[in-house]
Design a protein around this ligand. Structure first.
Ligand code: TEU
Ligand code: CA
Length: 551
């Protein structure tokens, strides 16, 4: 038997550097700040840090618009700081995975400034079209996906106009990207998280997308998501770069189905280790997209996660996540951030970490950090949020109504500074984005002091993944798929069965052994946010109770 790959038994912790820890009082998190918190992360027990972009950037999209791939943003520190971070992390058994943003650059990247000249050798590094915009595509961040640069030329930008899309059909561009990746791998990093990597292959004819009545733009996604050359590019990247290193690779892939994911992650195809699916993140949106907010129906979530578990059970691999820097805080979203905040945060942790795959924790998730409600749009920083606000305001929607959408789905919910102490502890200055006022109660200091805190549930779940092969290897079966309150499933490995039971509701529930197809013998409780309570009626579940039993 071959040894299980290290990235299958690892737990990843995502750091959004701007919001993690500020070392010099300018209100912006930085690399020395991260260095000062490595022991905290070691104590939590994580194996890998995924660092959101720290590269030189004009910050139109907080670093996802890169001006220089081989330089560190001066707000974050220096290349020496980053090398020290890699070193100090390694000493603690932690690897650093870097964000790789190569669907687009900043419009201030030297490739793009040169590319504006039609005779430049860099012209074909981007997607330029003469005349009117060649199609009706809209940008993810509102408005057209085409920007007029000079005279009658337009360039494609699927995100902001300061994020022009790279032209992956052009081989010299691909080779430059591979060289840049090698530069980072030679520094000893542990891999890449690849930003919207399934967007890099555009349909060569750039056809119009479907445009609904009353919509200003069409939906180009069928022509740029999982496009015609995507597997060829990833296989080439693998041959040229990835396979020469023992690394973790995860592709961020909106619009990837389980069938796509199997192609991306089947080890025999030599592409990536795993992908981030968006399907479970889209279940509380209506047909109008993420801002068309609707309540989650629990069976949808269970069935979707189960579908992904089954699709990648024998071949390929799943990533597991509730949160990242683009998503609202899960305890506010799928849990209860009021009276059951701690209880439901632990429940969410147990449900996710019981699954097969590599779990990702987003900074502050281990504290049960919550969404924020800022009174005015002026206090928000995120470009997606601000553009959406202006677009809807112009179309006649009231500020109050738009703010409600932002409170539920806005990306700044995830980006408020990390809450270290009851005073805040993130900065001695003014934070770049408001700190959540609940830092007086929800913070690291308090969590570490309380043996019953959410932090220690995460710590234990991480530890369990190291000790029990069933979590990494075991098969999966969803129970009670249509129950709208309970999330229960089983894992099986070498004669052992684990039963994960969670009550996703404020209702008190009973569930019987028969309903759970559970033998009538003894069991051990491995973890929980409560002591399992079985009566002659069955298991008694208080609101948001969750536990794992083995038998
Ligand atoms: O996000 C990809 C993406 O598709 C986003 O539009 C995501 O769906 C959106 O934030 C949800 O509203 C990646 C990064 O994670 C994000 O931070 C960047 O803004 C984006 O790419 C562009 O680089
Ligand atoms: Ca700073």
């Amino acid at each position: 038997m071959t040894q299980t790959a290290w990235w299958k038994t690892s737990v990843v912790y995502q750091i959004y550097p701007r919001s993690f820890m500020d070392s010099n009082g300018d209100g912006i998190g930085d690399i020395p700040g991260i260095l000062s918190k490595l022991d905290y992360l070691k104590h939590l027990g994580i194996d890998v840090i995924w660092l959101s972009p720290v590269y030189d950037s004009p910050n139109d999209d907080n670093g996802y618009d890169i001006r220089d791939y081989q330089a560190i943003h001066e707000e974050f520190g220096t290349m020496e700081d980053l090398e020290q971070l890699i070193d100090e992390a390694r000493k603690r058994g932690i690897r650093i995975v870097m964000d790789l943003v190569v669907n687009h650059t900043s419009d201030e990247h030297a490739w793009f400034t040169q590319s504006k000249d039609p005779t430049s050798p860099y012209r074909d590094y981007y997607i330029w079209k003469q005349g009117n915009p060649p199609n009706n595509w809209g940008s993810v961040f509102s408005g057209s996906a085409w920007e007029r640069a000079e005279d009658d030329w337009h360039y494609l930008h699927l995100f902001s106009r300061k994020q022009p899309d790279l032209n992956w059909r052009h081989e010299p561009l691909r080779n430059d990207i591979y060289d840049m990746m090698t530069f980072w791998l030679e520094k000893g990093i542990g891999g890449f998280r690849m930003d919207v990597i399934n967007f890099i292959s555009k349909h060569p004819e750039l056809p119009d997308g479907k445009q609904d009545d009353g919509e200003a733009y069409g939906d180009g996604s069928p022509y740029f998501m999982n496009g015609p050359e995507i597997h060829a590019y990833l296989q080439e990247m693998n041959r040229n770069v990835l396979r020469h290193y023992d690394i973790l690779t995860v592709g961020e892939m909106p619009g990837a189905s389980t069938e796509d994911a199997l192609l991306y992650t089947d080890p025999e195809r030599d592409e990536l280790n795993m992908v981030f699916t968006f399907e479970h993140m889209d279940l509380d949106s209506g047909p109008g997209g993420k801002w068309d907010v609707k309540p989650l129906a629990l069976p949808d979530l269970k069935k979707n996660l189960a579908k992904w578990q089954h699709a990648l059970l024998d071949k390929g691999w799943n990533s597991l996540y509730w949160n990242n820097h683009d998503q609202p805080r899960v305890v506010s979203r799928f849990g209860n951030d009021q009276e059951y905040r701690e209880h439901s945060a632990k429940m969410l942790a147990i449900v996710l970490h019981g699954l097969k795959g590599t779990p990702y924790i987003y900074q502050g998730e281990e504290l049960g950090m919550t969404n924020i409600q800022l009174p005015s749009i002026d206090q928000y920083q995120d470009i997606e949020t601000k553009n959406m606000y202006n677009e809807r305001l112009a179309s006649g929607e009231s500020p109050e109504s738009i703010l409600q959408r932002i409170y539920t789905k806005g990306r700044d919910n995830a980006r408020t500074p990390m809450q270290w102490t009851k005073e805040g502890g993130f900065t001695t200055g003014t934070p770049w984005l408001a700190m959540n006022p609940n830092h007086t109660k929800i913070n690291v200091e308090e969590s570490l002091a309380n043996p019953d805190s959410i932090f220690y549930t995460y710590q234990k779940l991480i530890q369990m993944r190291k000790e029990h092969a069933i979590l990494t290897e075991g098969s999966f079966e969803l129970m009670l798929a249509d129950d709208s309150e309970l999330f229960t499933y089983k894992r099986f490995y070498q004669g052992e069965t684990w039963l994960i039971v969670a009550n996703f509701s404020k209702t008190t529930r009973t569930v019987t052994r028969d309903e759970l197809h559970m033998p009538h013998d003894s069991y051990t409780q491995l973890i929980g946010n409560t002591h399992v309570n079985e009566t002659t009626e069955g298991f008694q579940l208080a609101p948001y109770d969750a536990f794992i039993l083995s038998f």
